[in-house]
Design a protein around this ligand. Structure first.
Ligand SMILES: [Zn+2]
Length: 450
């Protein structure tokens, strides 16, 4: 079934695996070491007695986004009211500033003054569970500072001045350190990824990058292999999160796809093949949330629900009832209805040439005449109509003729604009180079073990 696939972004062979780039490894280590050394440019901007902060907190007087690694240092004191220790609480579901302040022993007038602090965004009105609020009184028992921590990289500091409170947004810049993971899929994509410490979020990111070429619902095979380079974010030597995928390869059924990140002029992020073709295509290979399909991950795929092969003109995705079904591409809904055979169905027209059809839905979440964009949820998997179990029956028509959506040649995406090519190669060559060096390193290590 897959033999005739010839996607445009196929890379004929794997990246070079022969060189151990020792120099690069040493340079990389140096970068890691130097980035962990404390900077000496300590500059306390306010007169605050250094005291114990809540465990995750940065010192407020370190609120200079360009120097996130500045170590905390006791600053000199002047004749201002002494500040007492921080008192911190975690926001629970249903909390608002009133409930949080009450828990911290503050009163309604404190809530009022802080809620009306001069701050363009009023972030305190949108507290989310898991975030933190810490407060600090002065030795006169008055509320002096409020620190609202959204993440280890983002907080708001409110401080009392003559006019009440004033808030400052503080964004800390983490150190980015590239990391590389690779795995061969033996049982399932998620098991392979877990084994090498790749998070579920990163698997999704990977699948989203390659989801136009690889059908992650039906096409993952034992022996498939991926290699991914991404940034880890560190703050004061402590890991605080992951950055984007920088470059990746995915070998599916003997064909290796490669992708690299490119930051566009407007700051948006897109993925391209190494030769500058967008990974994003006009149609998704699998128009549903593949992570909900257990058979994908176990690789023990159920047989298609329809046994009448001859009459069958689409692909069946066995999936739990309620699994979101996506518009495979941008288009206009030309039918959304119910029939005895199809059950709930949606048909979408994409330009003059293509029509996609989605059958047996539990729910339809769109109407005839609506314009939908690629990836928009148009319904959910069900077993309405002639269906023996919950599945999505998906059809793909080119000029009115049914084609196999898993193998049909899709329109070629345009290569990156000529004016952008210089910038594209400048940005992406180092990333691809790093990825291939890691791949090479791994092969060398395997050789040593043998
Ligand atoms: Zn079917």
């Amino acid at each position: 079934m897959q033999a005739s696939r010839k996607p445009s972004s196929v890379v004929a062979s794997k990246l070079p695996k022969k060189h151990i780039a020792a120099a690069t490894v040493i340079a990389f280590c140096l970068v890691v070491i130097t980035s962990l050394l404390p900077s000496k440019s300590v500059q306390a901007k306010r007169n605050i007695i250094a005291v114990e902060l809540p465990s995750d907190a940065q010192t407020p007087n370190q609120a200079v986004s360009s120097t996130p690694n500045t170590p905390v240092s006791p600053s000199d004191t002047k004749s201002m009211p002494t500040l007492l220790h921080w008192n911190k609480t975690t926001i629970a579901s249903g909390d608002n500033l009133t409930t949080v302040f009450k828990r911290l022993g503050l009163n309604a007038s404190d809530v009022y003054t802080v809620a009306n602090a001069r701050n363009e965004q009023k972030p305190l009105r949108r507290l989310r569970p898991g975030e933190h609020i810490a407060i600090r009184l002065n030795d006169e028992g008055r509320l002096a500072q409020v620190k609202y921590t959204r993440s280890s990289l983002e907080h708001y500091l409110y401080e009392r001045n003559e006019n009440g409170f004033e808030g400052t947004k503080v964004i800390l810049q983490p150190d980015l350190i590239p990391t590389h993971k690779t795995a061969v899929i033996n049982n399932s994509l998620s098991l392979a990824a877990n084994k090498v410490g790749l998070s579920q979020a990163k698997i999704m990111e990977l699948a989203n990058i390659f989801g136009w070429d690889i059908d992650f619902a039906l096409d993952i095979r034992k022996g498939d292999e991926f290699s991914v380079l991404y940034d880890e974010k560190f703050l004061n030597g402590k890991k605080v999160g992951n950055g984007d995928i920088l470059a990746a390869t995915f070998a599916n059924h003997g064909t290796t796809f490669s992708a690299v990140r490119f930051i566009e002029q407007d700051g948006s992020i897109n993925y391209y093949t190494p030769d500058g073709k967008p990974m994003r295509k006009a149609f998704l290979r699998a128009p549903l949330d593949f992570t909900r399909i257990s058979s994908n991950f176990s690789l023990r795929r159920k047989h298609p629900v329809h046994k009448r092969i001859k009459a069958h003109r689409g692909v069946d995705y066995a999936a739990p009832r309620g699994t979101p079904v996506y518009a495979a591409g941008d288009g206009k809904v030309i039918a959304s209805g119910y029939s005895k055979a199809n059950g709930n169905y949606v048909f979408i027209q994409h330009g003059g040439k293509y029509i996609t059809k989605y059958l047996h839905l539990t729910k339809r979440l769109t109407r005839k005449g609506k314009h939908v964009s690629q990836g928009k949820t148009i319904g959910t998997v069900g077993s309405t109509g002639y269906a023996t179990g919950p599945h999505l029956h998906y059809e793909f028509l080119v000029n009115g003729v049914h084609r196999n959506p898993r193998t049909v040649k899709l329109p070629d995406a345009k290569t990156i604009a000529k004016s952008q090519r210089g910038e594209f190669f400048a940005q992406t060559a180092p990333l691809l180079n790093q990825l291939s060096q890691h791949n090479g390193l791994l092969v060398a290590q395997a050789d040593l073990r043998n």
